[in-house]
Design a protein around this ligand. Structure first.
Ligand code: NAD
Length: 338
């Protein structure tokens, strides 16, 4: 069976998903796209001709040519489109963050529950990345004993043009919050964050406390200049674990060692996006469910709650508590998932 997918928003991320679905994912067909930017539509059609265009996101979701939807439009549109998908009873893979506010995330979780089906996945693709999976397996096997502390580095060459306000936390650091929860099977209980005096919105230096006792130091530097660089290191009882970095060319010449860097997330996480989309399509087609390790509505909510605490901490200068709904902790929701 072919899964007919509608793609809302075909900027950087939407085009990347469309390419991968069209060229690399068995059983997937991009059946309909929509985007208010004529320029972005033309660019996609130049690369992948023939994909029909819907008038707008709501028409795409309602179309009987679409079985499932990917939302890759700006953050402020996610809640509205994800809700329309749930009301139409269609599986939706919504880019991160799930919504702009925790209240919107709660509404989406309630709407999904009302359908009685597994429909809502958040695009936290690091859970599907081979290097992150290796690190998680090492932690589960207690390779270095108990983890004490983690260090996460998230650097982009340049922030996207749409970055404003606190998006270094709400749009970028939200990845680190989700992956910390997933690596440790724990909840983030408090966040502290600061921006150096001479900087603008960036770099943000933050710390997160985990319900299992660890502290994570997190750096997000959206304008690092040299490339896209994601690192995670664990300090543990018997040593350290550092996430493997996918190989890039190293040139030794004239007394220098030069390492190529990833340009951006589409390059560094190419495998993760492919695996995420492949597992999403397969799970819907074969079992009308979601992949075991998928980020669900609850994960979208918990990561937004951590972001909200991080934004508050920028102003207060203190640790800000992440208040978690008791019936919705990581261990309750994700037990036995790989
Ligand atoms: N998971 C990841 O690794 C990852 C990486 C980058 C971006 N993202 C997320 O993907 C989303 C898109 O990011 P991007 O980098 O592609 O941004 P982008 O600006 O390149 O693309 C956004 C597209 O959405 C279109 N759009 C604007 N308003 C719309 C609307 N109301 N309905 C439909 N389309 C609309 C724009 O015209 C544009 O083409 C963001 O939410 C971002 O957080 C996720």
């Amino acid at each position: 069976m072919t899964l007919r997918i509608g793609l809302i928003g075909i900027g950087t991320m939407g085009r990347n998903h469309t390419r991968i679905l069209t060229e690399q994912v068995p059983g997937a067909e991009v059946a309909l796209i929509c985007d208010p930017s004529a320029e972005n539509v033309a660019q996609l059609r130049a690369e992948l001709p023939g994909i029909p265009l819907a008038d707008n996101g709501d028409a795409l979701i309602e179309s009987d040519k679409v079985d499932a939807v990917i939302v890759a439009s700006p953050d402020y549109t996610h809640a509205q489109y994800a809700m329309a998908c749930l009301r139409a009873g269609k599986p939706v893979l919504c880019e991160k963050p799930l919504a702009e506010t925790a209240a919107q995330c709660r509404d989406l979780i309630a709407a999904e529950k009302a359908t009685g089906r597994d429909l809502l996945q958040v695009g936290f693709m690091r859970r599907f990345d081979p290097a992150y999976r290796q690190l998680r397996a090492a932690l589960e096997d207690q390779l270095m004993g108990n983890p004490y502390a983690l260090r996460c580095i998230h650097r982009n060459a340049r922030a996207p043009s749409f970055f404003t306000g606190n998006m270094a936390i709400t749009n970028a650091m939200v990845h680190e919050f989700d992956v910390l929860r997933w690596l440790l099977g724990a909840e983030i209980t408090a966040v502290r964050a600061a921006i150096p005096d001479r900087a603008g919105q960036d770099p943000v230096l933050a710390s997160a406390r985990l319900s299992t006792g660890q502290i994570a130091e997190i750096e997000v530097f959206m304008n690092a200049g040299y490339g896209y660089d994601i690192r995670t290191e664990v300090l543990a009882e018997r040593g350290v674990l550092e996430m493997a970095r996918p190989a890039k060319l190293t040139e030794g010449h004239g007394g220098q060692l030069r390492h190529d860097q990833f340009h951006d997330f589409t390059e560094r996480f190419a495998d993760a996006y492919r695996v995420m989309l492949t597992e999403w399509v397969r799970a819907i087609v074969t079992s009308r469910s979601l992949p075991a390790c998928a980020a669900r509505g609850i994960d979208g909510l918990q990561s937004v709650l951590a972001s909200e605490a991080g934004v508050r901490a920028l102003t207060s200068g203190h640790w800000e508590a992440v208040v978690l709904p008791p019936a919705m902790t990581f261990s309750d929701q994700n037990r036995n998932t790989s």
